[in-house]
Ligand binder design. Structure first.
Ligand code: CMP
Length: 143
């Protein structure tokens, strides 16, 4: 079964949106395979966002993601990587459709509530950065 890494960012946690966000993925039919409320170290932030290290906003990105607790999650289900990205909406909330998470709850690209893996390779890498395999549960494959 496909898995993805999703994370409610510090702005989403601070605004009390963990329940709203997890409810959307549960109601859609995905299964939560692991979750933790945590603070991200600067080292982990730089590793996680390594592909953006040459971008002018990299420093701001690391500072923001380490500014408060995040809610890190692993979700599983059919086509969960692409479907979760669709449910999140475009990276820039100004372009995210109403009904999507960013479309409904965010206005700034730097504070866009949620992160989600963008490919199967990213999902494996990001899940591995945040979770040990024994922290994830296995569901009945027939469900
Ligand atoms: P995310 O999906 O977590 O992946 C990289 C993040 O960089 C992205 O969400 C945005 O929050 C952030 N980002 C993208 N463009 C900018 C920008 N121009 N200024 C600040 N942050 C940005």
């Amino acid at each position: 079964m496909e898995r993805t890494f999703l994370m409610v960012k510090p702005d989403g946690v601070q605004r009390g949106l963990i329940g709203e966000i997890t409810a959307r993925f549960e109601k859609k039919g995905f299964k939560l395979a692991g979750a933790k409320l945590m603070n991200i170290s600067e080292e982990l932030a730089k590793e996680h966002y390594g592909e953006h290290k040459e971008r002018p906003f990299f420093g701001e990105l690391v500072e923001f993601i380490t500014s408060g607790p995040v809610f890190a999650m692993v979700w599983e289900g059919k086509d969960v990587i692409a479907t979760a990205r669709f449910m999140m909406g475009k990276t820039n909330p100004a372009e995210a459709a109403p009904g999507t998470i960013r479309g409904d709850y965010a206005v700034q690209v730097s504070n866009n509530i949620i992160h989600g893996s963008d490919s199967p390779e990213s999902a494996v890498r990001e899940i591995g950065l945040f979770f040990k395999e024994e922290e994830l549960v296995a569901y009945d494959k027939s469900v």
